[in-house]
Design a protein around this ligand. Structure first.
Ligand code: ADP
Ligand code: MG
Length: 330
């Protein structure tokens, strides 16, 4: 049997948005989707929001990473940027580099990708498929709800600093997944282990929280490079200082159990891959934010204050903020 061509692959594995548009009525329908030289999208009255993220094998995920996890991780990481903008994703394109045409791999990957598109009501409208070391780059296109969106700039002196979820899990999960090491916690429970690995395989983008924060938060970012590094982005863009109280940081229970205190602190302050939202808001909004968090069943913790000055300062403990710059590619 002749091996499938690039066009067979695209037709078989990446044309599901045109096929499923009718059955799943909630999916947006492009004017022209996969199969032409470019996609054509219907006009929107709202400002468009666009974000791209690339995942390369051995840089962003290990060799032999299961196809379904790659689909989930790529989608989660990309949608996390939309969460940080408080935006609604609608369309997606995919640049996929494959070293070989492995139909079993493609079936698993596209099956998971399609179910995520259904879950998030996204239409895959185009892409590119090439032969090269395994990599996936997604571009998500969406709209600013009511014309509004969150930014890194906008934090005001006196604002509270908040973080969603728990911290340190990205780095702990990496230790588990890449180094197959769980010795950092002698009492790691099965549920903590599952939780850590799930957060690595399928980061959960805080889309509902981000959208709920429109009109409440003064600035926001998603934590992909590490708490301190990403807090610094808000400080720089907003021309303020961020004062974070180490004692208040919500540390994941599996991370808190790490006996190596220096490593535990490093995971919390500089570990990337958290995909939680870090945001600022006036103190007058605190109750509304707590109510929002409760209604979404997402923890939101107040961790500090926006102050005059610049940079990020960690206060009130023995914690060292030196050398906690976070992940940098270069
Ligand atoms: P061209 O050579 O004109 O760039 P391609 O052969 O690369 O066209 O792609 C054919 C069609 O398939 C295009 O509509 C493109 O957007 C789509 N496509 C290619 N790869 C993917 C993919 N991985 N996911 C979704 N659509 C894809
Ligand atoms: Mg092409």
């Amino acid at each position: 049997m002749a091996s499938p061509s690039e066009f067979d692959i695209i037709k078989r594995y990446f044309s599901f948005s045109s096929a499923s548009a009718d059955s799943a009525k909630r999916l947006p329908v492009p004017l022209l989707g996969v199969g032409d030289d470019a996609a054509v999208l219907p006009p929107s009255d709202l400002p468009l929001i666009v974000a791209t993220d690339t995942l390369n094998e051995t840089v962003h995920f290990p060799k032999y990473f299961p196809a379904r996890h790659l689909a989930s991780r790529a989608m989660g990481v990309n949608l996390s940027d939309f969460a940080a903008m408080g935006a609604r994703p609608r369309w997606i394109t995919m640049a996929l580099s494959l070293p070989t045409l492995d139909t079993a791999w493609l079936a698993e990957f596209s099956g998971q990708f399609e179910s995520l598109c259904q879950q998030y009501q996204l239409a895959l409208v185009g892409g590119d498929t090439t032969k090269a070391p395994l990599a996936i780059s997604l571009t998500v296109i969406g709209e600013a709800i009511n014309g509004d969106y969150l930014r890194r700039s906008g934090a005001q002196v006196g604002d509270d600093i908040w973080v969603s979820g728990s911290l340190g899990k990205g780095a702990a999960a990496l230790t588990l997944e890449i180094h197959k090491a769980d010795a950092f916690c002698s009492e790691l429970t099965a549920s903590d282990r599952d939780d850590l690995l799930a957060s690595y395989y399928a980061p959960l983008p805080q889309l509902a929280l981000g959208q709920g924060l429109l009109g409440l938060a003064s600035a926001a970012i998603d934590i992909s490079d590490g708490l301190i590094a990403d807090a610094n982005h808000i400080a720089e863009k907003s021309l303020v200082g961020l004062q974070i109280e180490a004692e208040r940081l919500p540390i994941h229970s599996a991370v808190r159990c790490n006996n190596d205190v220096a490593q535990m602190q490093h995971w919390v302050l500089a570990g990337g891959d958290e995909y939680e939202l870090l945001f600022t808001a006036p103190p007058a909004k605190a109750e509304t934010i707590q109510a929002l968090a409760k209604s979404l069943a997402v923890d939101c913790t107040l961790i500090g204050k926006v102050v005059e000055g610049s940079g990020v300062e960690l206060v009130g403990s023995e914690w060292q903020s030196a050398n906690q710059r976070g992940y940098q590619h270069f």
